[in-house]
Design a protein around this ligand. Structure first.
Ligand code: ZN
Length: 62
């Protein structure tokens, strides 16, 4: 919550409406969704996004 408040303080009005919490339950990092569609789910595609892709791939492989 503190990190989220920090973003709220620093961000512009438009950014504030785009604050999301990372979809990875092990992470939970708040981030500002800067994608046009506003459909970003992860704090970073390189870390949590890649992890989620790996997990989805594994789930499919089963
Ligand atoms: Zn994350």
């Amino acid at each position: 919550m503190v990190a989220r408040d920090l973003i709220a303080l620093c961000a512009s009005d438009e950014q504030r409406t785009r604050v999301r919490i990372c979809g990875n339950p092990d992470c939970g990092t708040p981030f500002v969704d800067t994608s046009r569609a506003g459909a970003r789910r992860w704090c970073s595609m390189k870390t949590c996004g890649a992890l989620a892709k790996k997990r989805a791939y594994r789930a499919k492989a089963k």
